[in-house]
Design a protein around this ligand. Structure first.
Ligand code: NAP
Length: 422
């Protein structure tokens, strides 16, 4: 019931947003100085061109709800970087369950053998140095023509392995971010996957489902919501405080979000068909198989189960509407059983703007923010008041989170919180 109400709310507001700038202006905060308080339609004179649509019109929404063909008929073999990670393992399992051949790129082969069934014919495990471009490209080509990888999913993340990790480094590891863009695997391994696959003429599209023969994403990156927020102007941060002041953005140790953002940009420019997926907080206590809400503008805040993240990453590989796009997602509370939205994720993704179009207008970003804030978990729905490690529910009850009070969280981080075995 709650889920249905939330979905109905979403549909109503989304329809309002899609209806155009005049309705959108209702969501614009009065303090906004980056845009006039008058609707854009009133500012136009007959000689001015029409303003761009709020959301993409370049890829027509699919008329058909027919899903694309099975992934196993589209790809030869999928490389999974970070296959033994908490999300990566679900990605591998999801691919195997769909009959897709997998090359698990790992740093610890024994860990992988203990995690997966090594006798599964669909699975190959390869020790790979994700910090070496040469090794990554060589992995993609291993096994001759019939075994070559023609797609990849990046679930790895670099962090300091040094034994003298201080508290900030451990906090960084806790959130799975790199500490040094020049030496991390994200900055080297991810673009290497892109370059390796871009070199092949294998970017064929799929015709099923009404998507035409648009190219498919060949590299899907698991990134993170929030990566652009530290770079926003002070004015925008204040205006969109509910997403700009969440703990990881507020603390942003070592500028880690910017490093992630730089890695995204490397992928965008390496010439391969790509998709960058930025989930909100990964939370394995949040129910899986819930309705994801896709959005752009980096204003989403919420939670999503890693299993749902894995499904989305895998679904993207057969979804031409995802190619060349960057988007965020969380899942709605109490919406179990509502994945995928519609028959598959293509129709939802077709409404998103390709990166090549320059992203959402600032009006659309603010309208999206207004919508996203209404879908936060809990009662207070004020993410800016959260301490690192504190849940929305704890905030509602006035309880302190596991890492202590807001502003003093760093002192509470322990090696158990890191949970990455390093
Ligand atoms: N925490 C959040 O709320 C959140 C939210 C949004 C996005 N994200 C992002 O989601 C991604 C996945 O998160 P997760 O929790 O699944 O991460 P995870 O469990 O820490 O997995 C990271 C993977 O990277 C591998 N790895 C780390 N350093 C490596 C190295 N030097 N060489 C080779 N492999 C290396 C790890 O290998 P081992 O298995 O051998 O350790 C592991 O497989 C991360 O990029 C994270 O930033 C996190």
């Amino acid at each position: 019931m709650v889920a249905n109400k939330r979905i109905a709310l979403l549909a109503t507001v989304a329809a309002s947003v899609a209806a155009g700038p005049t309705i959108c202006a209702a969501f614009r905060p009065p303090s906004s100085s980056s845009s006039s308080s008058r609707p854009r339609t009133e500012q136009r004179t007959p000689r001015q061109p029409r303003p761009p649509p709020l959301f993409s019109s370049a890829v027509p929404e699919r008329q058909s709800s027919t899903p694309p063909p099975p992934l196993s008929t589209i790809v030869n073999r999928v490389a999974v970087a970070g296959a033994t990670g908490r999300t990566g393992r679900y990605v591998v399992e999801e691919l195997l369950s769909r009959g897709v051949r997998v090359l698990a790129l790992v740093r610890d082969v024994d860990k992988a053998r203990g995690m997966f069934d090594p006798t599964n014919d669909l699975l190959a495990i390869r020790r790979t140095d994700l910090g070496s471009k040469k090794d990554v490209i060589s992995a993609l080509n291993e096994g001759g023509e019939s075994s070559r990888c023609d797609a990849a999913i990046w679930c790895a993340t670099g962090f300091s392995d040094s034994p003298d990790q201080n508290i900030l480094t451990r906090l960084t590891a806790l959130f799975g971010f790199a500490t040094n863009s020049k030496s991390t695997i994200d900055a080297v391994g991810l673009p290497a996957l892109g370059e390796g696959l871009a070199a092949r003429n294998n970017n064929a599209g799929v015709g099923g489902g009404g998507g035409g023969d648009a190219p498919l994403p060949k590299v899907v990156m698991l990134s993170s919501a929030g990566v652009t927020r530290p770079g926003w102007s002070d004015e925008k941060k204040l205006e969109l405080e509910g997403c700009a002041a969440i703990p990881i953005v507020r603390l942003n140790p070592f500028g880690i979000l910017g490093i992630k953002s730089e890695s995204e940009e490397k992928l965008r420019t390496c010439g391969v068909g790509y998709c960058i997926f930025r989930p909100c907080g990964l939370n394995d206590k949040w129910s899986p198989n819930q309705r994801p809400i896709f959005s752009q503008g980096d204003v989403a805040v919420g939670r999503i189960n890693r299993k749902d993240v894995a499904k989305i990453l895998v679904d993207i590989l057969s979804t031409p509407e995802a190619t060349g796009k960057t988007f965020e997602a969380f899942s709605i509370a109490n919406s179990e059983g509502y994945y995928p939205p519609s028959a598959y994720i293509g129709p939802a993704l077709s409404r998103l703007v390709p990166d090549a179009e320059g992203g959402l207008s600032e009006d659309a970003v603010r309208a999206t923010y207004a919508l996203m804030q209404q879908l936060l978990p809990g009662e207070k729905q004020d993410a800016s008041q959260l301490a690192m490690g504190q849940t929305y529910e704890q905030l509602d009850r006035g309880e302190t989170g596991r890492l202590g009070v807001r502003g003093g969280e760093l002192a509470g981080v322990t090696s158990d919180d890191v949970g990455l075995g390093s």
